[in-house]
Design a protein around this ligand. Sequence first.
Ligand code: HEC
Ligand code: HEC
Length: 349
Amino acid sequence: MRFNIGILVGLIFVSCQKEDEGYEPIPEPENELLEFVKPEHFPELTYDLAQNPPTEKGFELGKKLFYEGDLSSDGTVSCGFCHIQDFAFTHHTHIVSHGVEGKLGTRNAQPLFNMAFMNDFTWDGAVSHLDQQPIVPITSPVEMNEQVGNVIEKLKQDDTYVELFAAAFDNQEVNTENMLKALSQFVVMMVSANTKYDRVLHNSGDVFTEEEQQGKAIFEQKCATCHAGILFTDQSYRNNGLQIDPEYNDIGRERVTGLAQDNRKFKVPTLRNIEITYPYMHDGRFQTLRDVLDFYDEGVEVSETLDAQLQQNGTIGIPLTEEEKDLLLTFFKTLNDDNFLFDDRFSEF
Ligand code: HEC
Ligand code: HEC
């Protein structure tokens, strides 16, 4: 591996003294590269680590920024306010996100993990690079309602930040680029790959119960075309048949592409840690996983862009018996990753 060894900032030897006196090398603070461990059974990274290699100091800075209320106009809304670790970095009970002064957004906060493997970001894919993502919440009037320039000014007034930026980046500057890079270094290290599902796959002693095995089989037959592969998403945009909510009238992917064929399509979400990231769907309309399964069974609405998978041979939706629903719910528990949810590296305190 290219990234797992070495010291990013070497020792800089400075000598102002005469040669015959010799000199004491003055070491720069060391900033070690962090090792990004790609799970063996995961695909190649989409994030280019070489362009922004996570380091000890960059990660520390990114974490502090992630939990920093000053990224918002009123000092109260940090990234971590909407992305809470205990709930796989979602906003838990909140149907749509809450920003400054309790203002409501229109979408449910997405979980944050395995971002290093994603092609693009947000429910409609409006953001194509992880480093650009923070601009959206910072400048959104219903989220952090701030200007990036103001954020940088505030950070420059704070000695702790000035020192951290200097330690984390070669050019030592408190600027937008470095702020975004530091946030990415923190977020990109969030990898969730140690669930019972993964352990069974690795033959590490864990085995599925009979019910889990049956749930897995139903899942593979009925759901895995879209919630595909080891990330549990094929990263495509699809209309899974939700009725349009007249309050938000969210047209999904069409907002980004302008194409009518993308109307009501949203990114297929991962199902890792799904038990704890409620409420569900882009607008958080379902409180429980049972509600989601009931929806696939009997709530799917036909529209022009409804996915072909959900109208096969004239059957609308995905018929599921109550027993099959129970088995799917049992299977979903094998996708919880407590190692990630309680990983201190990502905790605020
Ligand atoms: C007010 C709540 C709120 C705040 C504050 C917030 N987010 Fe989010 N985040 C969301 C919502 C809602 C989405 C989905 C947005 C959409 O689909 O348009 C999201 C999406 C994301 C995604 C994309 C995830 C994916 O799977 O594509 C990333 C990454 C992210 N946020 C990181 C951050 C970072 C970093 C910050 C701090 C700079 C932050 N967020 C602040 C609510 C918030
Ligand atoms: C045609 C592709 C497709 C199929 C098949 C499919 N899904 Fe989905 N699923 C999606 C899309 C797209 C979304 C997001 C929709 C939205 O929020 O607008 C989604 C959302 C979900 C969510 C909510 C996730 C979250 O983070 O809010 C769950 C849970 C889910 N699906 C489970 C299943 C199960 C279980 C099956 C099989 C019974 C299934 N899906 C079959 C495409 C699909």
